[in-house]
Design a protein around this ligand. Structure first.
Ligand code: HEM
Length: 529
């Protein structure tokens, strides 16, 4: 259920007022009431179905009593928002009021550090303007009301993300906005009535960061991850005919695309290690492609494969339509959900018309490299926001979970841990905002020359932050951090999946090294220690 529906349902309703002394009388199997946040639940029949068992509800400290504290030590608030549990409410304790009401859809959380400072009351930012704030509110509402349910469902059942949702995101402009600023936005109606000329990398950052709050990493990649990394080479290097065929149908969610670089034979060593070969025909009209690709996000349902190949000229990129025949895909089961459509791809004598060549034959490296900075930056946006969401979960859990008679946040060791996680999240977001600002100001070549190293370092470091956050979050949540669903479900999911950002788009060590090597390129000859 969306937050908006939740808050609508939470509007003050006339409830039957019942004295606490009356509630106390209903304290046994078959006649069992409990109070949570002033509301009286008749659990007489539900008790036998309660996932935590009937016995715990018949405990003298629970049966006929106010069980608010024990309830929130064991369950997420969202359970009480479900209609099947709301139906158990029979009244309210006389003279008491509900205290725990979720904020309206789209509004920022007031939990300390749950939001970046630009969304925190009383804080200022040099980067964000009114349209950014408007976009953030609208996209959060959209995610909470429209996307979250699909995300949780697909993450669990492993099916591809609903095509009607992707097509809706095509119509409302979101798919195009996820491709960053550029000519493709001109004349297009954008989500939340953002004007194309207003759209900058901060807008894109907002969209990416709001989407990851769903806590469904596999779905996040399933939801057009392939488009975000596979379409840019077509947009930049495709010829007019190919662009016409591919770009709009992909943005509309009618066709699907993926980026096929990695092979079982080669990850980061894309130049030396690749084996997929494209042999040009004598008349130059087509290529015959043979080879395999591995871990290709969205490959299972892609119609187009933006594929790195070797040729007689050296290295090239072809956008291979599945429809040419000879393309086979197999699902790979990874540690996140199969909803991402991660594939093993086999090209067997694929006859690919030469018009699908992106850029020049033998000059494929810049085509691939041109993609990397944006892709890595998107991953920074995503992992940094997820780490913050997990830190907020730790904050909330340690605030409401009691051990040794006190909330666990009263333990100095827990506060020390939170201090470290908060500091890392704040630092990572601040660096990200700085890099994003530079992206708004620099042109493509300046980014490649001056910012690629910073982006590489930021990605490398932010996934270290995620590592630390995931590790400590599991310790704080305990067994729940290792259990799917329930109170620690989000933490379990993050701990299982944060490594995707550490490996995809260049692994931590490779990127750290790239960052330093790029710095050395501009090392001044005239300065000595
Ligand atoms: C209206 C009242 C309640 C409802 C609707 C409810 C519902 C649920 C649900 C859906 C679960 C499954 C776990 C999850 O999804 O998080 C659960 C587990 C549990 N519940 Fe309740 N519950 C209620 C009250 C209580 C109370 C008052 C207690 C107090 C002892 C309690 C103790 C437990 C325990 C011990 C578990 C297992 C927790 C775990 O697996 O970590 N429940 N409950």
């Amino acid at each position: 259920m969306s937050q908006q529906q939740q808050s609508a349902q939470n509007k003050p309703v006339e409830r039957k007022q019942i004295e606490a002394s009356e509630v106390e009388k209903h304290n046994k199997k078959g006649d069992l009431w409990i109070v949570i946040d002033s509301l009286i639940y008749d659990v007489s029949k539900f008790a036998a179905l309660h996932p935590g068992g009937e016995t715990v509800l018949c405990d003298p400290e629970v049966a006929g009593q106010d069980a608010t504290e024990v309830f929130f030590g064991l369950h997420k608030h969202e359970i009480l928002m479900k209609p099947q549990y709301k139906r158990l409410i029979i009244g309210q304790v006389s003279g008491e009021e509900e205290q725990i009401v979720p904020p309206p859809a789209g509004s920022p959380s007031k939990v300390p550090y749950a939001e970046p400072t630009w969304l925190t009351e009383k804080f200022h930012s040099p980067y964000f303007q009114d349209h950014h704030r408007h976009l953030q509110r609208e996209i959060r509402k959209y995610v909470d009301e429209r996307v979250r349910e699909v995300a949780q469902r697909c993450e669990a059942n492993g099916k591809r993300p609903d095509v009607d949702l992707i097509q809706e995101m095509g119509k409302n402009g979101l798919n195009a906005m996820r491709m960053g600023p550029g000519d493709h936005l001109k004349g297009r109606k954008l989500f939340a009535d953002i004007k194309p000329e207003q759209f900058d990398y901060f807008c894109e950052m907002i969209i990416t960061q709001e989407l990851v709050r769903m806590g469904a990493r596999g779905f996040g990649d399933g939801l057009q991850g392939g488009m975000v990394i596979g379409l840019p080479p077509v947009m930049k290097f495709g010829n007019a005919e190919t662009q016409k065929e591919i770009i709009e149908p992909v943005l509309a969610g009618e066709k699907f695309i993926c980026l096929a670089i990695t092979e079982a034979f080669a990850g980061s060593d894309i130049v030396g290690g690749l084996k997929t070969f494209a042999k040009k025909s004598e008349d130059g009209s087509h290529y015959i492609v043979n080879g395999t690709k591995k871990w290709i996000t969205n490959g299972v349902f892609a119609d187009y494969f933006t594929t790195a190949v070797k040729t007689d000229e050296g290295f090239a990129v072809l956008c291979i339509p599945r429809s040419v025949g000879g393309v086979e895909t197999k699902q790979i089961k990874t540690s996140y959900s199969t909803t991402a459509g991660t594939a093993y791809v086999m090209f067997d004598d694929c006859k690919v018309p030469a018009k699908y060549l992106l850029g020049e034959d033998g000059a494929g490296i810049p085509v691939i490299l041109s993609n990397f900075n944006h892709e890595r930056w998107v991953m920074c946006c995503s992992t940094i926001r997820s780490a913050r969401a997990i830190t907020a979960q730790c904050m909330m859990w340690s605030h409401q979970r009691k051990a040794f008679g006190k909330p666990i946040i009263s333990q100095p060791v827990v506060r020390q841990t939170l201090a470290s996680l908060i500091s890392q999240c704040e630092a990572a977001q601040a660096w990200l905002e700085n890099v994003t600002h530079q992206m708004n100001k620099m042109d493509y070549y300046e980014v490649a020359t001056h910012l690629a190293g910073q982006i590489a370092l930021l990605k490398s470091w932010s996934t270290r932050v995620s590592h630390d956050v995931a590790d400590h979050a599991v310790n704080i949540l305990g067994g729940r951090g290792l259990t799917k669903g329930g109170m620690g479900g989000f933490v379990e999911e993050f701990h299982r999946t944060y490594k995707f950002d550490a490996v995809l788009g260049g692994s931590e060590e490779i990127l750290a090294d790239l960052g330093v090597r790029q710095a050395l390129r501009n090392y001044p000859v005239n300065e000595k220690l």
